[in-house]
Design a protein around this ligand. Structure first.
Ligand code: S3P
Length: 445
């Protein structure tokens, strides 16, 4: 499963114009979940259009280590067709060593939920970035359900999980809006006796709920009086093997939406992008800024998620204010939205972005330092990010901190900056978007 090696530092020259059509990597969140649910289901699952980033590969490797047969075929568009054959949740194999999640928080957190309900002892580990990420938010509910979970230093990976079957259902309110924590609790809930309820302050991405329903598990979602999102499932529950078509990743689309919106001569069409209401915030926020984004809905076609073709054109942008809820629902797109804000007229304030300090890097520090080096006026004010625009960007050497979303953002900045922009740690794009630099060359041609 070798990846084409990308250079660690890439130089980007400004583009005279941006034109073309792209098919994007398969949605990362949905690809992870499709592989995991295929492991839990007895029988064969075909997954079409899965992303081939290193994170999804980590999940596929763990599914295999836990006893499923995983067949993969890479398609010419860079996505993968998987066929997973499993004996189901009751027949997982004790892995021989620690399970390597690499850089992937989604793999580590969602597998923790799955393994909490397995009667075996397993260690989940990852790279230096993953080992620095907070896990108390996950350890606490899984312990409350009856699993024995411990972090290396109490709260960080590696996580040692001594699972139990059945677990106890719980009624849990998450402190931070996190789809990963919600999903881990719901996946543990499949192996629990009784009802499991997750209450979250803002509705985070709901792929786990949709995909469980499609696989025969009754999952209810409701709005609380205070606007909280309440998700409930009854356990124990069996997941059926159901084929999955994976839509294009809206978080990958975001880079091109911003590229075209901030470039003076641009028109880019993105095919079959997932526009799930809990993922599409970046489209709506860019439109609020004045971006010209045309959206043509496409039939669901077995995806189980709304999809659309998007065409985005050069636009005049205005500053906006992102509320804490806006920030939470566009959490992965905040770095690229910061770039858009450097080209927008006025002061953009992104409120309550503190969670960004706990992603693959400290993304607040990374985006402020990188965009400042490129000539932007951007600062952090506590957990808020404030950007004054419009500013002309000029090429410089910027450090992605080995974080894919920062590397992708700085590469897009290089298309509009004057002179050459050098992105350090550019190989990290392979985490979510391994074909990015090839797409970039096509779009600037
Ligand atoms: C993800 C949830 C988000 C997001 C991550 C993918 C998921 O993390 O940042 O890239 O697939 O559930 P949190 O749930 O921790 O915010």
């Amino acid at each position: 499963m070798a990846m084409t090696a990308l250079p660690t530092e890439v130089g980007i020259e400004p583009a005279a114009r941006l034109r073309g059509e792209l098919a994007l990597p398969g949605d990362k969140s949905i690809s992870h979940r499709a592989l995991m649910l295929a492991l839990l289901a007895e029988g064969a699952t075909r997954i079409t259009g899965a992303g081939d980033g290193a994170d999804v590969r980590s999940t596929a490797g763990i599914v295999e280590a836990l006893g499923a047969d995983v067949e993969r075929v890479r398609r010419p568009d860079g996505n993968v067709e998987y066929v997973v054959r499993s004996h189901g949740a009751g027949s997982m194999r004790q892995p021989r060593g620690p399970l390597d999640c690499g850089n992937s928080g989604t793999s580590l957190r969602l597998f923790s939920g799955i393994l909490a309900g397995q009667a075996m002892i397993v260690t989940l580990d990852g790279d230096g970035s993953l080992r620095s990420r907070p896990m108390a938010r996950l350890i606490e509910p899984l312990r409350a359900m009856g699993a024995d979970v411990d972090g290396g230093d109490g709260v960080r990976p590696p996580l040692r999980i001594a699972g139990r079957r059945p677990l106890d259902g719980i009624d849990w309110t998450t402190r931070v809006a996190s789809a990963q924590v919600k999903s881990a609790i719901l996946l543990a809930g499949l192996a629990a006796e009784g009802t499991t309820i997750v209450r979250e302050p803002v509705a985070t991405r709901d792929h786990t709920e949709r995909m469980l329903r499609a696989r025969g598990v009754a999952v209810r979602s409701d709005r609380g009086a205070d606007g909280a999102n309440i998700v409930e499932l009854g356990g124990p529950a069996t997941v059926r093997a159901v084929d999955q078509v994976v839509p294009g990743d809206p978080s990958a689309a975001a880079f091109w939406l911003v590229a075209a919106a901030i470039h003076p001569d641009a028109e880019i069409t993105l095919r079959s992008v997932g526009v799930n209401p809990t993922r599409r915030a970046v489209i709506d926020l860019l439109r609020r800024m004045g971006a010209s984004i045309e959206e043509r809905g496409a039939p669901d076609d077995g995806v189980g998620e709304p999809i659309a073709d998007l065409t985005v054109r050069a636009s005049d942008l205005e500053a906006i204010e992102l509320s804490p809820a806006d920030t939470a629902t566009a959490i992965d797109e905040i770095p690229i939205l910061c770039l858009a804000a450097t080209r927008a007229r006025g002061t953009t304030t992104i409120h309550a972005a503190g969670e960004l300090r706990h992603k693959e890097s400290d993304r607040i520090a990374g985006i402020v330092d990188g965009l400042t080096a490129l000539g932007a006026t951007i600062s952090a004010d506590g957990d808020d990010i404030v950007i004054e625009g419009p500013t002309e960007l000029h090429g410089a050497t910027v450090d992605s901190l080995g974080d894919h979303r920062l590397a992708l953002t700085f590469a897009i900045a290089g298309l509009v900056a004057t002179g050459r922009t050098s992105v350090r740690g550019a190989d990290s794009v392979a985490i979510s978007y391994p074909t990015f630099f090839a797409d970039l060359e096509r779009i600037r041609a």
